[in-house]
Every structure is written in structure tokens, then in C-alpha cells.
Design a protein around this ligand. Sequence first.
Ligand code: TXA
Ligand code: MG
Length: 322
Amino acid sequence: MTQAKEQFSDRLLTGSDAGLKAAVSILRAGGLVAFPTETVYGLGADATSDKGVRRIYEAKGRPRENPLIIHVSDLEMADQYAVLPKAAVAVADIFWPGSLTFLLLAKRNSGLSNIVNSGLPTIAVRMPSNKLAQKLISKLGRPVAGPSANLSGRISATTPEEVLSQLGKRIDAILDDGPTSVGIESTILDMTGNPKILRHGAVSQEDLELVLGPLNDELRPQVLAAPGQMASHYAPRAKVVLNVTHPIEGAIWIGFGICEGCQLNLSCQGNLEEAAHNLFQTMAQADKMTLEDQVIAFAPIPHQGIGRAINDRIVRAAAPRE
Ligand code: TXA
Ligand code: MG
């Protein structure tokens, strides 16, 4: 067992019936359970519980103006809490369960906690494909509120070890499902008007355009509508530089494809899916390797398919910090 797992062994739950039962009891009592999804681990609470949702913000150190995604087990549950236009149902038919989050109008008096969406008229909704996540939500019988299970602004967690090393002390339990399969967060698609991508993610713009036609992927002008989308984010401890094509002295160089002299590589084959899968774990690894003042350097990543999501994350990791 790794160090983090040993330290927090009393909080580890498996996907057995007993493990799921324990997780549901904690959620019902307003507690926090980190849970696997196919993208990244989520920091879960009962989305109808003010107490639970408040604890998410406190545990992450997340500003209350930054709303959360709710995870549902089926379209029926989504329909209880959000207004589902026909077009959203058609897109859900193709991409759900999966790594696509819809921004929808929230239904009033649905029973959701008011703070889960920061009091906005909209709500972000996703139906994950991870089997444990689905079982957890179905057994709870309510949506699970869940931002990525990392400290606010830091690297997203794709392994239980990373969740525990960032949040171990602040959660009641974690459902251990090993490393996540996709490794990068869901794509967020605004379906409140003309479809618009708010965050590039695991479902590519190209795949969405096959169904929806050309998409305008400009960022929203309202900064507070998606604050996670603006400033420094996904930040390791070390400084990050981008588009590096030659070794830099004193840097940990992360390559993509053939890359002579790099210490780490997102995908030696130059495969973007594999690179997305490895991104956050490789960043965490590089961060542990860097000494004082050393930087993390990324080789260029093609800006296509899931490469857009990778570039989005590393640009934010390289953004100036407060
Ligand atoms: O793959 C994922 O989406 C993961 C897993 C756990 O589901 N979740 C995730 O959540 O990445 P989080 O909180 O780290 O990122 C959600 C983003 C934030 O930037 C937030 O500002 C935005 O979605 N968001 C959530 N609700 C919103 C709303 N009502 N309006 C605008 N943006 C919203
Ligand atoms: Mg996040």
C-alpha cells in the first residue's frame, strides 16, 4: 500500500455492497465521499444537503461563487432538477453516460441545495459512465454534487493516492476504484441557448460538431459564471512553461511523441488520448521531481481532438499565480 493509502486506511472503501452502503450512509448524514468517475475523482456530497455541499467548498478552499456539477444516474433524475430542451436530450442520447456535462436552466424548488450552483439560474449536470459512480448515485437516490477532488486551483486527481494526499484529512471516505480511465475532466456544453462549449474536455469539439454542427467555443464574458475557467488553475507547485522543443537546463521536460532528452513523456506514441490519460499524474510526478526554482516544461501538443483539453489545462497551469 502506498504511503497516502496507509495513512488514511480507515477512510478507504471498496466498491463492494458493504463499501457502497457505508458511502451512502456518509452522504445521507451530510458527509464527504471522494468517488471515482471515468474522468477524474470527484469530491462528493448529497446535492440536496446544504450541510454536505457547504463542506465541499470548505474542504477544497473553493470560493462560493464557483458552482458545482451535479452527477445523476439517469435522464429522469436530470429532468427532476433541470430543464432539458429537446436538443439536450438528443445529445445525451449519444454521449450519456459519459464525459459530457450540460449547462441547463435549474428547476425552481427542486430540492437541490441553493449553494450547489452558487444561486445561479443554471445548473451543470452530468451522468458519469463509471459503474461505481452510477451505483453510488442510484443507491443514494439523489444527485451527487462533485467538483474534482483536489484543493482549489491545484492538479486534478486521477488516482486515490492523489486524492488522499491533497484531501485525506478533509474527507470522511473515498471509494477506491484505482486510476480513472479517461484522466481529463468532462467537456462542458452550454445548452441554455445555442450550444456552446464552456470548457474543452474528454468529449472532443469535433465529435460534438458531428451532431450539433459548428460550435462557437468562445469563453463566456461573465467571469463569475464559470470562474474555474479564467485564472490560474491545475497548478503544480513548480512554475510551468509551454511549447518547449529543446531541453532547458534545470527543467523537467515533459514530452509528447518522439522527444529526445525529455525526462517524462505524456505519450511516446504521440497518442492524444493516452496523453490526456497521463496528464495529471505526470504533472504530479514532475512536481515531486523538481527542486527549488526548477521549472516544468511541456513539449507542444497538437491542438485538435482531446488535445484542445490538454492545451487548456496546461495553459492554465502555466498562468501567472496570485
Ligand atoms: O469531469 C468532470 O467534470 C469532473 C468530475 C468529478 O465530474 N468534475 C469537475 O468539476 O471537473 P469542477 O468543479 O472541477 O469543474 C466544473 C466547472 C467549474 O469551472 C465551474 O465553474 C463550472 O464547471 N460550472 C459549474 N456549474 C456552473 C454553472 N451553473 N454555470 C457556469 N459554470 C459552471
Ligand atoms: Mg476542477
